[in-house]
Design a binder for this molecule. Structure first.
Ligand SMILES: *Cc1c(COP(=O)(O)O)cnc(C)c1O
Length: 385
């Protein structure tokens, strides 16, 4: 719920930095910390009738409540009747929406180029008698396969290809056919894009990436308008018990205070790296939605306020890509993205994504952009030898 914002709510302007710093904080209590510490409880003191929210630790926890309010304030500022549920991981959140909304005989549309675990999810959905259709994110191709669908799943920008679709257009087409729409908002974060304002029913994300930003927590969340679909998601969380620990929830909330600082710094760094790589010998298929000449830029600029920290490009061969990664000093060779320390990987090593052998996904951290650009260009030159 968003009715909590106690004080210091933004006045005039969008006030996103202010909102991030104060998001989800309870009314101040004398001698208590501003952000109350994690509440470690499997059960709560509960004499008599169980009327309050906190009864058993798989259903509710006060540390989650603060975090859920914080995320809700960022995903849907000023909107009443919006609810957020936190999960143990992004996949827990994604599965909870899919498996709570779909029944045998239903049809779901997934992106063909989405997160690499989606094909595994697809196999499980099909095993339950659900028809799965896929189409690429680019050119709004999912529009072509919407007829008869119960749920449309959008991932924009897509990971790792960084294609963008027109969310509002897809939502209108899906709603006209009676389908619900979920948007994976992991790459954009709520400071990059607010799917509910674009009409989506659910904004779903991994908090493991830039939302928490330090590479030390797994987390997921679902934000949606209060109603039966969200009640079903909540029931699913209770059934599968895919809940975050109080410590993870508290760390996530603490990290959200710096979200705007991190996202602004990392987007600026990503743009600088992308600009530096543009037109370099050996670099092809460079993608960053914030580059004015990127194929995603026009649509992205209509629905995104920040373009994220991920840059992708292709080097001529697998060996060249491996030499490049090895030569980097400020960029760790690691999977995942969104952290304050830059990471990069040769995506083809996993075998799941349809990408060339030399495809690199680079996640720009919070280092000085000029240091990163220098490191990336030096490694690129060394890898050519
Ligand atoms: C990482 C990721 C997920 C899964 O999140 P986990 O927290 O690892 O379970 C889902 N969607 C996207 C776009 C991701 O990048």
């Amino acid at each position: 719920m968003n009715d909590s914002a106690p004080k210091g709510g933004p006045e005039g302007g969008d006030g996103e930095g202010t909102r991030a710093v104060r998001a989800g904080l309870p009314e101040p209590v004398k001698y208590e910390p501003t952000l109350p510490g994690p509440v470690f409880a499997a059960h709560f003191h509960l004499p008599g009738e169980p009327t309050g929210p906190y009864t058993y630790g798989r259903d509710e926890n006060p540390t989650w409540t603060h975090l859920e309010r914080a995320i809700g304030e960022l995903e849907a500022p000023g909107q009443d009747g919006v609810e957020t549920l936190v999960f143990a991981s992004g996949m827990a959140a994604i599965s909870s929406v899919l498996f709570s909304q779909l029944r045998a005989g239903d049809t779901v549309v997934l992106p063909a180029d989405g997160y690499q675990v989606l094909p595994l999810v697809r196999a499980q959905l099909e095993a339950y008698g659900i028809e799965v259709r896929t189409a690429p994110t680019g050119d709004d191709a999912q529009l072509q396969v919407l007829d008869g669908a119960k749920l449309l799943w959008i991932e924009s920008p897509s990971n790792p290809g960084l294609d963008v679709c027109d969310i509002r257009r897809l939502v209108e087409a899906a709603h006209a056919r009676g389908a619900l729409v979920a948007v994976d908002n992991t790459l954009a974060t709520p400071l990059g894009q607010r799917p509910l304002e674009l009409g989506a029913d659910f904004s779903v994300a991994s908090g493991t990436k830039q939302l928490t930003g330090h590479g030390d927590v797994l987390l997921g969340y679902v934000t949606g308008r209060a109603g039966e679909p969200m009640r079903a998601v909540r029931r699913w969380r209770k059934i599968v018990g895919a809940i975050p620990g109080p410590m993870e929830a508290w760390l996530a909330h603490r990290s959200i205070a710096t979200l705007q600082l991190r996202v602004d710094r990392q987007s600026a760094g990503a743009l600088a790296v992308a600009e530096a790589l543009r037109g370099r010998p050996g670099v092809s298929a460079l993608r960053y939605p914030g580059l004015p000449d990127d194929p995603s830029h026009k649509v992205a600029s209509q629905q995104m306020r920040r373009y994220g920290c991920v840059v992708s490009f292709t080097l001529p061969t697998r060996a060249r890509a491996e030499r490049f990664l090895e030569a980097l000093r400020l960029v760790d060779d690691a999977t995942s993205f969104g952290g304050v320390r830059s990471t990069a990987e040769r995506r083809g090593r996993w075998g799941g994504d349809a990408v060339p052998e030399g495809f690199i996904r680079l996640s720009v951290g919070a280092e000085d952009p000029e240091d990163l650009v220098a490191d990336v260009l030096r490694a690129l030159a060394e890898s050519a030898r």
